[in-house]
Design a protein around this ligand. Structure first.
Ligand code: ATP
Length: 343
């Protein structure tokens, strides 16, 4: 089976071809990069409408060049969660493409796709998943036909919390990679000086399985206003935020009895987060998997891979019922594809 996936929940206009026979994925992406500030929904939607036709065309052309006019067996698209104006453009593109090619349409939950790409690649049977993305942060575990939300942020997504600070200090979007670089620079200079890195006192908010980032974003902004060097703030911000995520991940493994953890989402590109999670897993004898970066940030590859599993299970959607859902929670998705998985 070959599935053409389309992703467009926020900033990344992306199309992909997944060939289940060879387990290969071709991804074409065109990111929206705001001139200043964060992601502006109207500008993101304008970018989406300009970029989606081109990325889809590149993938479709590559597929038809190699496999002929019947190259595509199904079209999958990100149905939510995400920005409504962006989702509607992607939904319209996917519906018209499925209609033109006369193939089934598959509506994919973007957050379940962030999880499933890690499960697919690792071969893990029943992992806990930490989704650490821009607009979200939650732990998922499978039970009785659904991915249950074991714990989640009570306010901002993890990437958004970091980006809020970088906007405050005037850095361009996305802020996460810049915070990672600044934190690493501070840590290595502090090591060279012999004193070691200093941890600023910042709010660390974990309540059971849930956590909060709003206080730490404000504390980081206040520290910058008080003249604390920005690299030092970046280091402490990362250490606190990632320690919260590591603590709840460990608790989720402990509560469920699982011994596998997969990581998903754009913030998972951060080396320090992966290092902390890997160390925690090693200490408790659990296996850890983080996909390669092209499958962590928003991408259509993960949509196409899960779309193929759903299509193989007959989990397709009639065009008339394929409305997008900006608040599409992962625990609303009936997991149809795990029994007798064939792709
Ligand atoms: P969602 O998947 O919840 O819709 P999203 O659309 O914002 O989120 P993602 O690609 O999952 O998109 O994540 C983007 C976020 O990842 C941004 O907030 C960005 O700052 C953050 N990010 C990217 N690289 C890094 C990094 N190396 N370290 C920390 N954060 C990072």
């Amino acid at each position: 089976m070959r599935v053409l996936g389309i992703e467009g929940t926020a900033w990344c206009a992306s199309a992909a071809l997944y060939d289940a026979e060879t387990d290969s994925v071709l991804i074409e992406s065109d990111p929206y990069e705001p001139d200043s500030g964060g992601i502006h929904p109207r500008e993101a939607a304008e970018h989406m409408s300009e970029a989606i036709p081109a990325v889809v065309d590149r993938v479709l052309t590559a597929a038809e060049d190699e496999h002929g006019p019947d190259a595509i067996d199904a079209v999958a698209f990100s149905r939510g969660p995400g920005l409504g104006p962006c989702l509607r453009i992607v939904g319209t593109a996917a519906r018209s493409l499925a209609g033109t090619l006369d193939v089934p349409l598959v509506g994919v939950n973007h957050m379940v796709a962030h999880l499933e790409i890690g499960r697919h690649q690792s071969g893990f049977d029943n992992p806990v998943c930490l989704n650490a993305s821009g607009a979200n942060a939650h732990l998922l575990g499978y039970h009785d036909g659904r991915y249950r939300v074991l714990g989640e942020t009570m306010d901002a997504g993890v990437g958004n919390a970091i980006d809020k600070f970088t906007r405050h200090v005037g850095w361009s979007h996305p802020g996460g990679p810049k915070v990672e670089a600044a934190a690493a620079e501070y840590a290595s200079e502090a090591d060279e000086d012999g004193g070691g890195a200093e941890l600023l006192d910042m709010p660390y908010v974990v309540k059971g399985m849930d956590f909060s980032f709003s206080g730490i974003s404000s504390a980081a902004n206040d520290a910058a206003d008080d003249g604390v060097p920005v690299e030092e703030i970046c280091f402490s911000l990362q250490e606190h935020v990632f320690a919260m995520l590591t603590e709840v991940s460990e608790r989720a493994l402990s509560l469920t009895g699982a011994d596998e953890l997969v990581l998903g989402g754009g913030v998972a590109q951060n080396d320090r987060l992966r290092e902390m999670l890997a160390a925690m897993c090693e200490a408790r004898g659990a296996d850890f998997h983080a996909p390669e970066p092209r499958f962590l940030r928003d991408n259509a590859g993960m949509i196409a891979v899960l779309g193929a599993k759903m299509a193989a299970a007959g989990d397709t959607v009639p065009i008339a019922e394929s409305a997008v859902d900006p608040n599409f929670r992962p625990d609303r998705v009936p997991v149809t594809w795990r029994d007798g998985e064939s792709v």
